[in-house]
Design a protein around this ligand. Structure first.
Ligand code: G3H
Ligand code: 13P
Ligand code: ZN
Length: 309
């Protein structure tokens, strides 16, 4: 098995009413934790690399680790660039074997977003690589969507057909109230399912992507806070909302913060319980297991993609 694109994965996910997990990877233990869970649950996978991950790990190390994951697991795995912000970055990833890239030009005007996205699509399709783009803008880490963002940040369904037709993009990330990071909602958690429905009606069968979809399990927050951390009020997207989205047009759900919190809560507790230990294997091993268990939970209870590889 070699790296695959998302084309087949999304076709099956759309028809089957489930979504594929797109997990951010930054090091060996995170990759291993994700892949061990997917292997045991027979789930297709998207492993995604941000520009921050590229800077942290050096792209070649991540690429080789993902190749090892495929050899070890035999799973269909897509290697995806998360939030590519320039044509050059997308091109570099395409040339270095990624099977999917995201061009995120959502902060530009619609016309500019279309132009930048189409450029990447033309280059990528020529090399057999698929492209995700974004329309609408997710709130940042500090700005909880339902408190400080106006409707103008949500995706405008009236623009999606024109965007997809003019760019030829393969999947579309939309903004319906999710946001990046661990502080997503101050008041009631609310997703605009009406926008998702409207988009799905206008783009029948077309795969939609949800970013900012960590659910921020409260056991992680409590452990982090108990062992010297400070994350009061951390809150994510309720899992039942994500499950509902996965049964609709959403075929890819992006999760990063939950994995970070799995690692951090485990390591904080480990040092509290074992203050004299200093061998990284002693705390990175349990951290890897924690990643595995949260990913397994997502595959079964949130994404519904277990058994679909
Ligand atoms: O959406 C962003 C992802 O969580 C990646 O975060 O840019 O800190 O690697 P990063
Ligand atoms: P979270 O911060 O909710 O995990 O979102 C991750 C993401 O969207 C990566 O692109
Ligand atoms: Zn994102």
């Amino acid at each position: 098995m070699s790296l695959v694109t998302t084309t087949e994965m999304f076709k099956k996910a759309y028809a089957g009413g489930y979504a594929i997990g797109a997990f951010n990877v930054n090091n060996m233990e995170i990759i291993q934790g994700i892949v061990e869970a997917a292997k045991e649950e027979k789930a297709p996978l998207i492993l995604q690399v941000s520009s921050g991950a590229r800077k942290y790990a050096n792209p070649i190390y991540l690429k080789k680790l993902v190749e090892a994951a495929i050899e070890d697991s035999g799973l269909p795995i897509c290697l995806h660039l998360d939030h590519g912000d320039t044509f050059e970055l997308c091109k570099d990833c395409i040339e270095n074997g990624f099977t999917s890239v995201m061009i995120d030009a959502s902060h530009h005007s619609l016309t500019e977003n279309i132009k930048i996205t189409k450029n990447v699509v033309d280059y990528a399709h020529d090399k057999g690589v698929v492209v995700e783009a974004e329309l609408g803008r997710l709130a940042g880490i500090e700005d909880a969507v339902n408190v400080s963002e106006t409707d103008s940040s949500y995706t405008n369904p009236e623009q999606v057909q024109e965007f997809v037709a003019k760019t030829g993009v393969d999947s579309l990330a939309i903004a319906i109230g999710t946001s990046h990071g661990a502080f997503k909602f101050k008041g009631e958690a609310k997703l605009r399912f009406d926008i998702l429905e409207d988009v799905a009606k206008r783009l029948p069968g077309f795969p939609i992507v949800l970013h900012g979809a960590s659910s921020v399990p409260q056991q992680f927050v409590e452990t982090i806070n108990r062992y010297g951390g400070n994350m009061p009020g951390a809150r994510g997207v309720p899992e039942d909302m994500l499950r509902k989205a996965a049964t609709m047009a959403v075929c890819k759900i992006n999760i990063d913060s939950d994995l970070r919190m799995a690692v951090t809560s485990t390591v904080r507790k480990y040092f509290n319980d074992n203050p004299s230990h200093f061998d990284p294997r002693q705390y990175l091993g349990p951290a890897r297991n924690a990643v595995k268990e949260i990913v397994r939970h997502k595959l079964i209870n949130v994404l519904g993609c277990n058994g679909k590889a």
